[in-house]
Ligand binder design. Sequence first.
Ligand code: GLU
Length: 509
Amino acid sequence: MDHKKVRVRFAPSPTGGLHLGGVRTVLFNYLFAKQHKGDFVLRIEDTDQTRYVPGAEEYINECLRWCGLTPDESPAAGGPYVPYRQSERKALYRQYAEQLVQSGHAYYAFDTPEELEGMRERLKTPENPSPQYNHVVRQKMRNSLTLPDAEVQELLAKNTPHVIRINMPANEELIFTDMVRGEVTFNTNQVDDKVLLKADGMPTYHLAVVVDDYLMKITHAFRGEEWLPSAPVHLLLWKYLGWEADMPQWAHLPLILKPDGNGKLSKRDGDRLGFPVYAMNWTDPRSNEFTKGFRELGFLPEAFINMLVMLGWNDGTEQEIFSLEELIRKFSIERVHKAGAKFDFEKAKWFNHQYLVRKDNESLAALFQPVLAEKGITADPAYVATVAGLVKERCHVINEIWDHGFFFFQTPLSYDEASVKPKWNADKEAFFTAWSEQLASLSSFTAPELEASFKALAAEKNIKMGELQLPFRIMLTSGKFGPPVFDIAATLGIEETKARIAKGLEAFK
Ligand code: GLU
């Protein structure tokens, strides 16, 4: 095992937007591959045509691109094991299903949908509301284990619709070692005779995942905990196909839990609690249902990734901020916890804030431009960068640059007059009129110059600075908020500052 080149895969089914747990699965795979100088493969598992959703594969590609977790091999990039989309590999699965039939580990099942429904109706009890096709039930169904050989041959010759099912042994203990959970034991009685090949010739997930992990020489398979119940089926398929020595090492990753720890975090929790659960915005093309994403909310990919890695892993110290390079060095699958990780949106925002304040203003401006564009505002990149620099300390996400700095892009339409008017008087009005006229004579229109002349004139007119700064701020921003007021004025420039003073004076009269 050790001498083999590490090869991992992310194997999503293109059924919708990517849940943050999915991105964490990508991340753990990616970190492990890069740390071992291995390959990271993206394989699209689209054999269930009824669940296929147009646009979902493109969404996955874009999501990996945004996160910077680029696959070495994928449907888009190609690679030595093309094709990487299972629907395009359809023809190669049947031989393995037939091989299993020949060796007695699988069988043909001819039961019609009505017969299957009839079986469920007949056998259902309050304790077992949906009986399964298993080692007991199969003895009473129409399959190649119960029908005479000649009849089976005839049915096959007549192209009678049929599936191929795994022949699960009764009451066998199966054991494997999971890299996160240690030894895991199953009893085969718990598992039904899963369909391996469907009537349309498409493999099911179970057959396809094993065949492709084998053919693509996957050495480690990390996937969500929800796949643990499928492991016994896969384990047996590896064994029955004679590939046991090449079976990848598995790690079933802990669930990401609701903030209160009660169950798996779902898309609905996000809607209910007002935070995203998907990586990026997603609109389901069938229902037009819209789900919001971290990216569009203004998360930085490096922060998103850092936040995700900490959901279930730490390096054993108190350190919380890690660059991707550092994670590649420090990540270890053995340090992933078995227990689920509670999602905390406030903590997620904290991570983003850490990255936002460290990021240079030009990059922040570039990320903020689309937010402005959506509002129909075009602004000079250097100007936007200055604004970003002034407000970033107050922001958790990119979009909050608007909340804390909208007045840099639009003249106030109304004012917090209640905070000005009671103390407004002719002296103050005269001060602003005079100061506005002086502005043109400043040697430079910078915050220190502005502040110095403002102070000098206030002293001359014998008015307290504090009494003047608040109305000035409200003239510029409309309210009692924002960065230092002379920084705001310096950024707005002389024309705009003078215009806002004039407009404010009108309003405060
Ligand atoms: N196609 C499965 C999914 O949608 C992959 C599970 C696995 O990694 O084995 O998640």
